[in-house]
Ligand binder design. Structure first.
Ligand code: PRP
Ligand code: ADE
Length: 178
């Protein structure tokens, strides 16, 4: 598809960042081109219209790059946006989950009243690698009684098998196979 090829052409690879052996895919070049951001948001909204048959109530975005896509996507869907943040950044009572990702480990938190039981939730992030981050976010949504409808990623590193760990269907606009 032309829009997928266009977005893919803007990604930049950085070998050995942030650690030796990791090939880091930088999404920030996309944001220099408003047309690229518009294209990917339209793509995700179109996909959701086909894949989720009910109103999305909440878009959950993961700290930090998921915050670039989550709020504009939520706005287009008429949904709430809820952040998952790395530990110690959110005030008030929080639920938390620890996780391991491609180049480290951390703890995710979500405010304890962020999601109401039964709400339809979509989780969005820029990239899925091992799936550790997205699985931890899922744990937080489920702890609050949310119904996980789908995970959305701009990029999936398929060779790391991250989507197999997830408790709901996943859609990735761009799949990187090696
Ligand atoms: O599938 P995984 O192996 O868990 O890796 C994917 C996660 O890693 C990156 O975030 P990072 O923690 O580097 O944070 P950032 O968005 O603050 O740069 C990326 O944005 C995903 O959230
Ligand atoms: N290879 C990678 N590039 C960019 N972000 C990442 N997050 C986890 N792995 C990544």
């Amino acid at each position: 598809m032309a829009d997928v090829a266009y977005i893919r052409s803007l990604l930049k690879e950085h070998p050995d960042f942030p650690k030796k052996g990791i090939v880091f895919l930088d999404i920030f070049p996309l944001f220099k081109q408003p047309r690229a951001v518009e294209t990917l948001l339209a793509h995700l909204v179109h996909h959701l219209a086909l894949s989720v048959d009910s109103q999305v109530d909440v878009v959950v975005g993961l700290d930090a790059r998921g915050f670039l896509f989550g709020p504009p996507l939520a706005l287009r869907l008429g949904a709430a946006f809820v952040p998952v943040r790395k530990r110690g950044k959110l005030p008030g009572e929080c639920v938390r989950a620890s996780y391991v990702k491609e180049y480290g480990e951390d703890i995710f938190e979500m405010q304890a009243d962020a999601i109401q039981p039964g709400q339809n939730v979509v989780v969005v992030d820029d990239l899925i690698a091992t799936g550790g981050s997205a699985s931890a976010a899922a744990e937080l949504v489920l702890k609050q009684g949310g119904t996980l409808r789908e995970f959305l990623f701009l990029i999936e590193l398929t060779f790391l098998g991250g989507t197999k760990k997830l408790p709901a269907p996943a859609y990735s606009m761009i799949k990187i196979d090696d």
